[in-house]
Ligand binder design. Structure first.
Ligand SMILES: Cc1ncc(COP(=O)(O)O)c(C=O)c1O
Length: 446
């Protein structure tokens, strides 16, 4: 019998479903207790980049745990943390050379918001506290992170607990107004940011936060060329820090080490998570512009974000080893190359009447389902289309990530895909075949 609520003592994320017990992973595959083999089409939550079961990473974590499992960042630094910070600073934009390690993407967002606030206070501009974010967008589930997440389905019942921050639209090609080119739409969205800063009062605005490619909430949405350069200019003009959230897109997911590498734009604070340790340990990071760290060093002397599990050696060993593996096997270039084939094959899903859009970059893709392809009208949320497709795919032994109600109109259904970078062409074909079959099953039963 599979474990389930209420007989198991685990408080599951989904209480009404039977849970398979995963026992092993290898490459793109996961195996459950009955020996069923699943394709991990979303790398869990867009986490697993190097693949499952990499012995080198497991061994380096075990060796580190034998030598030194834990020290508190207040008392000591440690060798893996020092080495990982050097590695991360080497591939992040120039001028961002200081890395603060944490253990989740949400914590990294919280820390980025608090750091922006602390920086302005220490510069003597303690009126600045407001954050502006984008919709759609997702930066985590803790309260401040959710306060900057433009994703109605995650916010809903928590609204009374959230900070009242402002949102501006993110340019999406699929939902671009028909009378504008995508570039013009990008300009319009960037102008919206400037108008919002001016309306709020630049003296109050501390930072703007954005995903360089929208991940979990919108499935691989790429901005038009020049959009982020305009955002950078606007932030500079108004003394607003620019936070780039690369928790999902970093570490090769979009075919470059970082998604901002395509933009020729450097943020003030950059967050990493998920693929930073390939899923082998809970690990995230803030990568921070020197001037911000120097300001704090010269004033209070400490960033006020104490966490028991910051700067921990075993997680850092996992991160170091993951980066080494990505380099040794040239997996970032592979994500770019295989991503082209992956997106081409996914386009064949358009033969289904309910597939409105297939988008993405590198090995990050979104398949959007709509009720009417001509008007792009989404399904009513109660149809739970993406969720039903996720479940049908599980029956086909394919793991997907599903997103529902991602649009401000409180609807919009997506499957989000992001397999490990080691996926082969044959495996891509098999993944697409299983997804097609899952979509057809739901389409036939509408
Ligand atoms: C862009 C982005 N930022 C932050 C987070 C939050 O990360 P975590 O779930 O590790 O807290 C996520 C999670 O999906 C994300 O996609």
């Amino acid at each position: 019998m599979s474990p389930r609520y209420p007989t198991s003592n685990v408080f599951y994320r989904r209480l009404t479903e039977e849970m398979s017990t995963a026992v092993r992973g290898e490459g793109i595959y996961l195996y459950d207790q009955d020996g069923n083999e699943f394709i991990d089409g979303s790398g869990g939550a867009l986490v697993v980049n190097v693949g499952h079961g990499v012995a080198e990473i497991a061994n380096s974590m075990a060796n580190q745990a034998h030598k030194l499992a834990y020290v508190n960042g207040l008392h000591f630094t440690n060798e893996p943390v020092e080495a990982l910070a050097r590695e991360v600073a080497a591939f992040t934009p120039e001028g961002l050379n200081h890395v603060y390690f944490l253990s989740s993407g949400s914590a990294a967002t919280e820390a980025a918001i608090k750091l922006a606030r602390q920086y302005w206070c220490e510069k003597g501009r303690d009126q600045k506290y407001r954050i502006i974010a984008r919709t759609p967008g997702y930066h985590g589930n803790t309260l401040a992170a959710l306060s900057v997440s433009g994703r109605p389905s995650s916010r809903e019942i928590f609204e009374p607990l959230l900070q009242d921050f402002s949102f501006v639209p993110a340019p999406m090609e699929y939902r671009c107004p028909t009378d504008l080119s995508f570039e013009e739409f990008g300009d319009q969205c960037a102008s919206h940011l400037e108008a919002t800063i001016e309306k709020e009062g630049p003296e109050l605005v501390a930072a703007f936060i954005a995903e360089p490619v929208i991940g979990a909430s919108a499935g691989g949405v790429v901005s038009p060329p020049g959009y982020f350069a305009k955002i950078r200019e606007i932030c500079d003009r108004h003394d607003v820090l620019f936070i780039v959230d690369e928790v999902l897109t970093g570490m090769g997911r979009t075919g470059k080490w970082l998604a901002v590498d395509r933009e020729d734009v450097a943020p003030d604070i950059l967050t990493l998570g998920k693929g930073l340790s390939g899923g082998y340990a809970p690990l995230s990071a803030l990568v921070v512009r020197d001037e911000i760290v120097d300001t704090i060093a010269q004033k209070s002397g400490a960033f006020s974000f104490n966490q028991t599990f910051s700067h921990t050696p075993v997680a850092a060993a996992a991160g170091l080893s993951t980066i080494q593996y990505l380099k040794d096997h040239e997996l970032v270039a592979r994500s770019a190359q295989m991503g082209v084939y992956f997106l081409e094959q996914l386009q064949t899903l358009r033969s289904s009447e309910i597939v409105g859009d297939v988008r993405g970059i590198g090995l990050l893709a979104g398949v959007e389902y709509v009720e009417n392809r001509d008007t792009k009208e989404p399904f009513p949320p109660e149809f739970k289309i993406a969720e039903r497709i996720r479940k049908a795919a599980f029956e086909e032994r394919l793991i997907l990530w599903s997103t529902t109600r991602y649009l401000p109109s409180n609807n919009g259904d997506l499957s989000v895909l992001g397999p490990p970078f080691v996926i082969t062409k044959d495996q891509v074909d098999e993944l697409v075949k299983r997804l097609k079959s899952a979509i057809e099953t739901i389409e036939e039963n509408l």
